[in-house]
Ligand binder design. Structure first.
Ligand SMILES: Cc1cc2nc3c(=O)[nH]c(=O)nc-3n(C[C@H](O)[C@H](O)[C@H](O)COP(=O)(O)O)c2cc1C
Length: 211
């Protein structure tokens, strides 16, 4: 067995994942896709019910079908927002190209089939959110797994705004709720590094130690 990374190595690896939005056209080999999915499904998840489902797209046809169907929804929403038509077309075109040019698209879906059911909306909503949280952990872990393979990726929220359209375009099972998608490939250029707020700004420490 290979030596596990030191804590320092692991932290610096985790901290050097950045969203990658432009890809080399090189395909992602199937065994690597499998490893990414397997590592993703090692994520912690509510009751170990594994409420995640994945639609994996690598060939042009399904990617185009997905991109075209979401483009129609996106165009409708932007026009309803009152954006000028040429601006709408530019945005729609960008969004469509991002999907068709990504070597690997993983649509992240949620199923509530194995989650608990409650008679009241408060607990039912909490259960739903636990499923969403579980899927998000798997998605985050897949982005890190892709990073470990020398790939880059980005989480794109568009399917969440077009759930029914995505389900129909890919003929997904009725209980699969699209929540987002990962675009993954070999980076075409080094990604931009986005800064984070300092820990002190986002954390309350309830220490017992007085100084
Ligand atoms: C739930 C979620 C939705 C996101 N949606 C989009 C998106 O639609 N388009 C996009 O380009 N990036 C999207 N991102 C990526 C974020 O913009 C990115 O993670 C953030 O700016 C921090 O940059 P970093 O990932 O390089 O550290 C999303 C990320 C998350 C977690």
């Amino acid at each position: 067995m290979s030596t596990p990374p030191t804590a320092d190595q692991l932290h610096s690896f985790l901290r050097t994942r950045h969203s990658v939005r432009r890809f080399d056209p090189r395909a992602v080999p199937r065994p690597i896709i499998h490893r990414i999915l397997t590592t993703g499904t090692r994520a912690p998840n509510a009751h170990n019910r594994q409420p995640w489902r994945f639609a994996v797209l690598t060939s042009p046809q399904p990617k185009t079908r997905l991109a075209e169907s979401m483009a129609a929804d996106f165009r409708r929403d932007l026009l309803a927002d009152g954006l000028p038509p040429e601006e709408v077309e530019a945005q729609v075109q960008r969004s469509r190209a991002r999907i068709t040019q990504a070597p690997l698209v993983i649509v992240l879906c949620l199923t509530l089939a194995d989650m608990d059911n409650y008679p009241d909306t408060r607990r039912q909503r909490a259960e739903f959110l636990m499923a969403v949280q579980s899927l998000a952990l798997a998605g985050g872990q897949m982005l890190l797994a892709a990073h470990a393979e020398g790939l880059g990726g980005v989480w794109v929220c568009a399917p969440l705004f077009a759930q029914q359209t995505v389900r129909q375009a890919l003929d997904l099972p009725a209980d699969w709720q699209p929540q987002g998608m990962l675009l993954i490939g070999y980076p075409a250029a080094p990604p931009r590094v986005r800064q984070r707020k300092p820990i002190e700004e986002v954390t309350l420490f309830f220490d017992e130690i007085e100084d």
